[in-house]
Write a protein that binds this ligand. Structure first.
Ligand code: AKG
Ligand code: FE2
Length: 202
């Protein structure tokens, strides 16, 4: 099927379905990315969330932190992880992403994958507060990880985009409606990675 060539082996992905995903390598230079990676890892008040799965309490296999504009504090406090207010560094990153996309974002979720054992399970970001066709801007720093997507109706339709250091991935259209995504664990040795997903909470 033609779609099999959507995502090439390298991080550069010619033929990406641009109505769903838009990948920009080197959105930040290598040196800028390294500085942000080290700084954000050191300065962020990381939390490890506990979620109920069936009848068990399970810790999520990554650390996270949530930042938001004051106006949406109520929504974010519903998420149980209390939101932080923007730091100058995160505002700087947000400004660059807003200038590039022409979209204003009012919150960002940071995920910290400490090594190859950290991951995020299959899900879609289809919460009501994000609207029906949310645009989510996803910045990756550090270790290259595979971003898997699979069709909700047909799990055999599955692709991987390699998210490189300093790259920006825009998720849009009906991606969240029809596709799930994840960052899988790996048996390879892996260094630290940060992912920042800029979102609009209504
Ligand atoms: O780490 C990533 O690239 C994806 C994170 C993600 O899917 C999310 O925060 O909802
Ligand atoms: Fe997600």
């Amino acid at each position: 099927m033609e779609q099999l060539s959507f995502f090439s082996e390298s991080g550069h992905t010619p033929g990406l379905p641009s109505d769903l995903l838009q990948y920009t390598p080197d959105f930040f230079s290598e040196s800028e990315s390294e500085i942000h990676l080290a700084h954000l890892i050191a300065e962020t008040p990381w939390k490890q969330k506990v979620v109920s799965m069936y009848d068990k309490q399970v810790v999520t296999p990554r650390l996270s932190a949530w930042y938001a504009d004051p106006e949406i504090y109520d929504y974010t406090s519903l998420r149980k992880s209390s939101p932080n207010f923007w730091t100058p560094e995160l505002m700087l990153i947000r400004n660059k992403i807003e200038a590039f996309t022409g979209i204003k974002f009012n919150s960002v979720l940071l995920n910290y994958y400490r090594d190859a054992n950290d991951s995020v399970a299959w899900h879609s970001d289809n919460e009501e507060a994000l609207g029906t066709h949310p645009v989510i801007a996803s910045l990756s720093l550090g270790q290259v990880r595979g971003f898997d997507i699979r069709n909700k109706q047909n799990h055999k339709q599955k692709y991987t985009v390699k998210l490189e250091n300093g790259s920006l991935l825009l998720m849009k259209g009906n991606l969240q409606q029809h596709w799930d995504h994840r960052i899988a664990k790996s048996t390879k040795k892996m260094k630290e990675r940060l992912n920042l997903t800029f979102r609009i909470v209504h």
